[in-house]
Design a protein around this ligand. Structure first.
Ligand code: ATP
Ligand code: MG
Length: 555
């Protein structure tokens, strides 16, 4: 028995192709259209394609921008996509391509099909073409232009290219048949006219290839062995193969489909993400609540955790929805061993230590990581006034409440035991101040008088703590499947998806660089914001993920 983990069905196919000698190595590609920012679904595809390339000698994965539509693409997206792939930890080396560099090749293939009687210029209107194509029950009827001669077609296609037609006046169609039960095979359109400026080719072209025609040719041109795409392309595969078989291409790629990633409480369509950004429902493509790669990066998700998550959910043929809690679990799993611990009080309540001058110790020494000594320890100052969480004091303690309450004892994390001696309220009955005394010689040990504490609470020294803006993110949608919401996904936006706390944090945190991750003890994992945190000036934290444990289980 070997202990090699079971391969997914795509890796099985590749292994078989390599063993049989069908291919010497494997070439995959990740082919984003630069019309938006990448999201977690793309991360699944990136991990699959680049992951396979890492697993075989001489294998590679091309990063190819599928920029065949002049109207929707922007260079801003090209740059963001490159940054995202790199951040995930993958490298395309020299294999960066743009489909728009193959326009001449696509054109040659089209002329080849015309010459073989396999393509024709159709001057019917888009409405007529749609009507004449029929539907699943009814076969299509031929266009009156379907039986033009090769010469006529060559001439008309040249006219299309030369700009002699307006948009919608002519298309080039493959001549396959009009009776297939697969609608994609009914004389599909290969080229349409678009008088639009392209980001790469400028005004050189006014005919642009359709995805179904261009994609197989791009793959074949790059000698892609296995072209991996999501399941919705399954019934485009016969057409993919038809173009590969009938065009003068240098290789025969094989299309294999796998299930796309969808997550609960998340939308994963570029079009809908764009709408959220453009209509200002979020602060931009990198809003930490979005499932975009730039959003989760700003949120503090570690790239290793994303890669691990993609591996764990695996590759299958069945579309399903993954619980977003599984992703959050992986995020915690990766941050737990790597994030140093710090103290931050998100909802501060001032505590006066009445007998402070009696206690000579003015620092507490605190482990930076409870399980890993290599993180070292730090000194935290303690003075006569501290802040604790509002939740860590109850005027009338409920059952099993082991934190601060009148006359009760609690330990300050890494410091001494304190006992509540009193509190103050304002006119509206809110607690504004708590008074305590500290028990001498209880730092790091039980009280000589035998007082024991069941809980340790976090705190910061009021004399040295700094203010921090802390954004507490929650799910962006209130329902599991926002795409299915009756009123549309915008109707189920969570109005409480971000809550901003004016926190008091350890002074050292102000000096940390942007992108610094740590655990706020007993609260969650946090990261300094890449845009608004200014070291030495302004502390701004984003909550990456809350801790699963409740206070009761921790000491
Ligand atoms: P969207 O559906 O969000 O608009 P797209 O498929 O139009 O995305 P592309 O830029 O064309 O976006 O996608 C690049 C690659 O990423 C494609 O191979 C596509 O199949 C894959 N991909 C896109 N979304 C997902 C997903 N949710 N899960 C897995 N792979 C995906
Ligand atoms: Mg697409």
């Amino acid at each position: 028995m070997s202990d090699t983990p079971k391969l997914d069905f795509i890796r099985e196919i590749i292994a078989t192709d390599l063993t049989s000698g069908k291919h010497e190595t494997t070439v995959t590609r990740f082919p984003p259209e630069p019309n938006g920012y990448l999201h977690l679904g793309h991360a699944k595809s990136i991990c699959l394609n680049f992951g396979i390339a890492e697993e075989h000698p001489n294998a590679k994965c091309n990063l190819r921008f599928d920029d065949t539509n002049p109207e929707k693409e922007e260079t801003e997206y090209v740059e963001s996509i490159k940054a995202d792939v790199k951040w995930l930890g993958f490298d395309w080396a020299d294999d960066l391509y743009f489909a728009s560099n193959y326009f001449e090749f696509f054109h040659d293939c089209a002329v080849h099909l015309i010459n073989n009687g396999l393509a024709y210029v159709d001057e019917e209107s888009p409405e007529e073409i749609k009507l004449h194509r029929g539907n699943v029950q009814t076969p299509g009827v031929p266009s009156k232009y379907r039986d033009r001669s090769v010469e006529q077609n060559l001439e008309k296609f040249a006219d299309m290219r030369a700009g002699k037609f307006k948009e919608g006046e002519a298309v080039l169609r493959a001549k396959i048949g009009l009776t297939s039960s697969n609608m994609n095979m009914r004389d599909p359109v290969m080229y349409r006219i678009m008088h639009a400026k392209h980001h790469n080719t400028g005004n050189d072209w006014c005919i642009y290839p359709m995805y179904d025609f261009a994609h197989p040719l791009e793959d074949a041109h790059e000698h892609i062995t296995h072209s991996l795409c999501t399941l919705e392309f399954e019934n485009h595969r016969p057409l993919y193969n038809w173009f590969v078989e009938n065009c003068p291409v240098p290789s025969t790629p094989r299309q294999i489909e796998f299930a796309r990633l969808s997550l609960t409480y998340t939308i994963m369509s570029k079009r809908k993400l764009l709408q959220l950004v453009q209509e200002g429902h979020v602060s931009g493509w990198d809003d930490p609540r979005l499932p975009t790669i730039s959003g989760i990066r700003r949120r503090g998700y570690p790239p290793e955790a994303i890669r691990h998550f993609c591996k764990r959910i695996g590759i299958t043929k069945y579309n399903g929805t993954t619980d977003v809690a599984l992703l959050e679990h992986d995020i915690r799993d990766h941050l737990n061993p790597t994030a140093p611990r710090r103290m931050a009080v998100l909802n501060p309540l001032k505590v006066v230590i009445e007998n402070f001058s009696e206690e000579p110790t003015t620092t507490a020494v605190i482990q930076n990581h409870p399980q890993d000594e290599s993180f070292g320890e730090r000194e935290v100052s303690l003075s006569g006034e501290i802040f604790i969480e509002r939740d860590d004091f109850q005027e009338i303690p409920e059952k099993k409440y082991f934190r601060l309450a009148p006359e009760k004892y609690v330990r300050l994390r890494g410091g001494p035991i304190i006992q509540c001696t009193g509190f103050e309220k304002n006119d509206s009955g809110e607690i504004t101040l708590v008074c305590v005394k500290l028990l001498p010689n209880t730092t790091g040990q039980d009280s000589p008088e035998g007082v024991k504490c069941k809980a340790a609470i976090h705190w910061v020294d009021a004399a040295t703590a700094v203010d921090a803006e802390v954004r507490l993110y929650d799910r962006l949608f209130t329902v599991e499947d926002p795409d299915a919401a009756e009123g549309g996904f915008l109707s189920v936006l969570n109005p409480e998806s971000v809550d901003t706390a004016n926190a008091k944090v350890e002074a050292s945190l102000l000096l940390e660089p942007a992108g610094y991750s740590c655990q706020f003890e007993r609260t969650g994992y946090f990261v300094t914001d890449s845009k608004e945190h200014i070291p030495g000036e302004k502390a701004v934290f984003n909550r990456t993920v809350a801790l699963r444990d409740s206070w009761g289980k921790r000491r």
